[in-house]
Design a protein around this ligand. Structure first.
Ligand code: SF4
Ligand code: SF4
Length: 129
């Protein structure tokens, strides 16, 4: 990982702390308390699958991630009562920039901008996003 990517990921973490989202007490109980993570399993953590499938290296990265964080055949990377098992730095861009309608995010623009920059850096480094 480059210093630039590391700095961007730290910035994203700081922005999320500042945003103070209600996700830990996700109000969307209609989806079995999993909220927007409901489709995690079927969508492979919302990673860009077309981008991943075009390279063996990227396919391997996704498989390694699934093995490391024990991707579940029902819940994906989600763990009941806890939330996402992936550290934010390893989550897909879509997961990192998604907010439901319950969330009022004052720094949404900044979060989306940093997510875009992270994606560009990951693309350069042949990393999945
Ligand atoms: S973004 Fe919304 S639906 Fe998703 S976990 Fe947070 S509060 Fe729940
Ligand atoms: S935030 Fe984590 S648990 Fe939720 S959909 Fe993304 S990878 Fe899955």
């Amino acid at each position: 990982m480059t210093k630039k990517l590391n700095d961007l990921l730290k910035k994203l973490d700081a922005l999320y702390k500042e945003a103070n989202l209600p996700c830990k007490k996700c109000p969307d109980t209609n989806l079995f308390g999993r909220g927007c993570c409901y489709g995690c399993m079927s969508s492979n953590g919302f990673f860009e699958l077309d981008h991943i499938r075009r390279s063996q290296n990227r396919t391997k990265q996704l498989n390694n991630l699934k093995e490391k964080y024990k991707f579940d055949l029902r819940l994906g990377f989600f763990e009941e009562g806890k939330g996402c098992k992936l550290p934010r730095a390893e989550r897909s861009t879509l997961c990192n920039k998604y907010f439901c309608l319950e969330c009022s995010v004052p720094n949404e623009y900044e979060i989306r901008t940093v997510c875009k920059e992270i994606t560009i850096e990951k693309e350069k480094l042949d990393m999945i996003y």
